[in-house]
Design a protein around this ligand. Structure first.
Ligand code: MF3
Ligand code: CO
Ligand code: CO
Length: 270
């Protein structure tokens, strides 16, 4: 399947789906506290999507080739879990944990995909720095987006900032085109070289979702077939937005009132 260029009416539907996905994160943020389990976070989000929003949680039963159907409605990745953490009742979140909540909704046939980091209680200075730098990495990547630029510009900018900060970039998972399908072409790598890869064209929609490790970049997949952790057990963080290429630059589609703002000082990338 080639990269789809979205029409004006499809873009309007993607704006709606994106906003709804972001609003699930606004809803769940204040509820993340020591003592809650990730299964409870999943249940709260599921009910909010289905009952309040009338959206479909895209992860539930999602089964790409080679995977067993995903059993929950959201992904919850705690501490050294990089991505695709499966919500579970086994342990309660505790003070100092960091948690990525990744929400993908379907509304009117179109997908919105976004994730944020949350602190459970009070996080350590190291954990806060990792989450902050990863947020900057996502925005530095997004700021590269404009017609005529290349996908490699995004990856290059992200990798440069992550590595200059002493962190590593996960290679095995990447951003992706999104629309009627959850995962479409192109693949959006979070590392690479400027001026390489697909040239950006207005109407493309894809995610930028860097996974940044405090330690080495190597990963391990758990026996559940989904959960991805850092091999060295170092902390990992991720942020994600769904972004449209416009005539003049970009438009973030996964916006909501509670969305953390773009960092003020993205100086070296102006
Ligand atoms: N939301 C993830 C992404 O950003 C994909 C999760 S697939 C799932 O692409 F099945 F684990 F939900
Ligand atoms: Co995604
Ligand atoms: Co996602």
């Amino acid at each position: 399947m080639a990269i789809t260029i979205k029409s004006a009416s499809e873009i309007e539907k993607m704006r709606i789906a994106g906003k709804l996905a972001a609003e699930v994160l606004d809803f769940i943020g204040p509820r993340i506290k020591p003592g809650i389990t990730t299964a409870e976070v999943d249940r709260l989000c599921h009910d909010y999507m289905v009952k309040q929003q009338g959206t479909i949680p895209a992860p539930l039963n999602y089964a790409p080739p080679g995977y067993t159907p995903y059993p929950k409605s959201i992904c919850t990745s705690v501490n050294h879990v990089i991505c695709h953490g499966v919500p579970n009742d086994a342990k309660k979140l505790k003070n100092g944990d960091i948690l990525n909540v990744d929400i993908t909704v379907i509304k009117d046939g179109y997908h919105g995909d976004t994730s944020r980091m949350f602190f459970v209680g009070e996080a350590s200075i190291q954990a806060k720095r990792l989450c902050e730098i990863t947020h900057e990495c996502m925005w530095i990547g997004i700021e590269e987006i404009a017609p005529g630029k290349h996908l490699g510009d995004i990856g290059h900018a992200i990798q440069r900032h992550a590595e200059a900060s002493g962190y590593s970039v996960v290679r095995e998972f990447c951003g992706h085109g999104i629309g009627r399908s959850f995962h479409e072409e192109p693949q959006v790598l979070h590392y690479g070289k400027s001026n390489t890869g697909v040239k950006l064209v207005p109407g493309m929609i894809f995610t930028v979702e860097p996974m940044i490790n405090a330690g080495r970049r190597d990963i391990r997949q758990l026996a559940d077939g989904w959960t991805i952790v850092t091999k060295d057990h170092s902390l990992s963080a991720q942020w994600e937005h769904t972004v449209l290429v416009t005539e003049t630059g970009y438009e973030v589609l996964t916006v909501s009132p509670g969305m953390p703002a773009k960092p003020a000082a993205l100086h070296e990338h102006a």
